[in-house]
Design a protein around this ligand. Structure first.
Ligand code: KIV
Length: 272
């Protein structure tokens, strides 16, 4: 099994991600929302852990990422940072915490950093939120951008389909990517855009571009529960499943139920 024999056990920094891009080394990123999962993800050699607002879907069962609150994201991020020794931990700023104005955005950004111990924040959007990103960066907080399908804007898009297929949107995405790099973002997530466009973003930007459903990139990110196959109802084309945890967990729990019902569990060795 490859992957978790990481030779370089130093804490990953934003600077190291940049070096990885310069050296042509790919960046592996996954989400995590809780202590136990984060410790497995970190121990397996993932470079960057995202405390994604996808916790809203995955952990809480919401249809979108919009309902998750600042307090809930802080709870998840704090649980993750307690576990992580090596990976860079990036926390999503949830919907409504940075869109109102730069002052409020910086205040909420500082709160996440102070209360969670995360290493960096991720914000969705391009030039529309550049002033806010600039203020957050001026406060000394590293920012990862997020372009393409930005789930916090799902009600505006009206669909989870591939973004930037049309030329005007593709052009805007390229200029947003350039603007995010120019303002000082240390990396970018590109979600669900055509692979050809993503290759242009990777070429244009000297900061790492981490794709999800965007083809070849400087790095890849997936939602950990999806790649482990916990949710059998979500199977977009871009998702590679590395395990069938839904089946494994169902079998194990079914066996437990059966053992309890038959009186097989606990046996004599499993009692005091
Ligand atoms: O919240 C999340 O999980 C994300 C990834 C899909 C990039 O933003």
């Amino acid at each position: 099994m490859a992957g978790y024999l990481v030779e370089d056990t130093r804490k990953v920094t934003t600077h190291r991600l940049l070096e990885m891009k310069q050296q042509g080394k790919k960046i592996a990123m996954l989400t995590a929302y809780d202590y136990t999962t984060a410790s497995i993800v970190d121990g397996a050699g993932v470079d960057c852990i995202l405390v994604g607002d996808s916790a809203s879907n995955v952990m809480a069962g919401n249809v979108t990422t919009l309902p998750i609150t600042l307090d809930q994201m802080i709870y998840h991020a704090r649980s993750v940072t307690r576990a992580v020794k090596r990976a860079l931990v990036v926390c999503d700023m949830p919907f409504g915490t940075y869109q109102v104005n730069p002052t409020e955005g910086v205040k909420n950004a500082i709160r996440i950093m102070q209360e969670t111990g995360a290493d960096a924040l991720k914000l969705e959007g391009g030039v529309e939120i550049l002033d806010t990103i600039q203020k957050i960066l001026e406060a000394g907080i590293p920012v990862m951008g997020h372009l393409g399908l930005t789930p916090q804007s799902i009600n505006k898009f009206g669909t989870y389909a591939v973004r930037a297929k049309e030329e005007a949107e593709a052009r805007k995405l390229l200029s947003d990517a350039q603007a995010l790099e120019n303002v000082g973002c240390f990396a970018l997530v590109t979600e669900k855009i055509p692979a050809i466009l993503n290759a242009q973003v990777c070429e244009l930007c000297s900061i790492p571009v981490i794709g999800i459903g965007a083809g070849a990139s400087d790095g890849q990110v997936l939602v950990v529960d999806d790649m482990l196959g916990k949710n059998k109802d979500f199977s977009p084309k871009f998702l590679r499943r590395y395990a069938d945890l839904h089946q494994i967990m169902t079998d194990a729990i079914g066996q437990y139920v059966s053992d309890v019902k038959t009186g097989d569990f606990p046996n004599e060795k499993e009692r005091y």
